[in-house]
Design a protein around this ligand. Structure first.
Ligand code: SAH
Length: 372
């Protein structure tokens, strides 16, 4: 049997692993044992799984494997941020970022190879789209990062939070994302609480409702504009899922019996585009009755972006209007931007299948805005 034909156990949920063992006449607790080896002890070699019988280890080695993405490049930034370029089986590469903060460590995970959404201010969009990631490729990012975060220097770097804010739109890759998230929450795997796993979306309404019904983890919405005309331009999926229905979906997400009291609204601050006091006041009106907090993200530049970051004055003025209106508002300082690890700078290496990279190559400044 060649390696290719082996079953990869890495992305299997507890239920899937239980079924896998049941089909082979084994007891359900085998699934728990194997989950712990893979996800808690970073062990990918069946021979080393010493609480399994020799016979089980033997047939596992023949039939199955634990295949993780391969690290092509590891970079660390001055502020302690790490970024990994990971190669997948088909040669495409994705990026994963670890961000240490006081008392916590956040892993920013990719969900697709590239992105199909074409948001005008995001460099991942310029890469085009290739394919969805599998559950194994999503959870594999935690596995690989945790392996690299061993406290060699005595400084513990624990992954305490996960955000699906890397490359791709997680809610357009629903099942594999759900499978990986269930492993993040599983006690015998990563054991994170629902509040410490955040799915970030550009606003795929039906999938927001499904997530709420199936696995209500924390939700972030990439809002970026206070009205439909501007959001259509910045986040084109808004034409399909406009702001009115989108705000209703946010209210449903945090509605009765929910695990979360608020949605996090992400708002990238772009000079002269969406950052005036008028925009702030419009945002206050839009978010009335939507339980939320607001993260302002200073725009992170990339080549030929065609946009500039808002000035500190514009940022402060915008933030003050939101705070005065009663919204918890945080200005996110760019992290790891010296290694292009900040929001919207993740590009990996994508074999584009949408021909978008061609379009941008022909019209480098497609937005019509003068680059900085
Ligand atoms: N597709 C999902 C997940 C990507 S998350 C989503 O849209 O939410 C990445 C976050 O970074 C999003 O909020 C995105 O809008 C933001 N972002 C993208 N490009 C950016 C840039 N150049 N500067 C700052 N933030 C950016």
């Amino acid at each position: 049997m060649t390696d290719k034909a082996k079953i990869n156990l890495l992305g299997m949920s507890r239920q899937e692993l239980t079924d896998f063992f049941a089909q082979r006449g084994e007891k359900p607790f085998r699934a728990v044992q194997v989950l712990k080896w893979i996800h808690q002890r970073d062990c990918t070699d069946f021979a080393a799984m010493t609480d399994l019988s020799k016979a089980v280890r033997g047939w596992l080695a023949d039939e199955a494997e634990v295949r993780t993405p391969e690290i092509v490049l590891e970079q660390s930034a001055a502020d302690g941020t790490y970024k990994w370029l990971l190669r997948l089986d088909d040669g495409n590469c994705i990026e994963t970022v670890f961000i240490p903060e006081d008392g916590r460590g956040t892993l920013c995970v990719s969900s697709q190879v590239g992105c199909a959404l074409d948001c005008s201010f995001c460099s991942t969009a310029r890469q085009g789209f290739n394919r969805n990631l599998t559950s194994a490729e999503i959870i594999g990012q935690l596995q690989v990062a945790r392996g690299r975060m061993q406290p060699e220097d005595g400084q513990s770097r624990v992954i305490s939070n996960v955000v699906l804010m890397g490359m791709g739109e997680p809610l357009l890759n629903f099942e594999p994302v759900l499978g990986a998230v269930s492993l993040m929450l599983e006690d015998n795997a990563y054991g994170l609480s629902r509040r410490r796993v955040t799915v970030s979306t550009s606003g795929i309404i039906p999938a927001m409702d499904r997530l709420h019904e199936t696995l209500p983890v924390a939700l972030a919405l990439s809002l970026h504009a206070p009205n439909d005309a501007l959001r259509n331009e910045l986040v084109p999926i808004n034409r399909k899922y406009p702001l009115g229905p989108l705000m209703d979906a946010c209210r449903r997400y945090v509605g009765k019996g929910g695990h979360h009291s608020r949605v996090t609204m992400e708002y990238v601050m772009i000079d002269g585009v969406n950052d005036t006091p008028g925009h702030a006041r419009e945002l206050v009106r839009l978010l009335r009755d939507v339980p939320c907090k607001i993260n302002l993200i200073p725009f992170n530049p990339f080549p030929d972006a065609g946009y500039r970051r808002s000035s500190e004055t514009a940022l402060a003025r915008f933030r003050d209007i939101l705070i005065q209106a009663g919204y918890t508002t945080i200005t996110r300082r760019p992290r790891g931007d010296d290694i292009d690890a900040a929001c919207g700078q993740l590009v990996g290496r994508v074999e584009d299948r949408t021909r978008r990279t061609l379009r941008y190559a022909k019209v480098p400044n497609a937005s019509g805005v003068t680059p900085p």
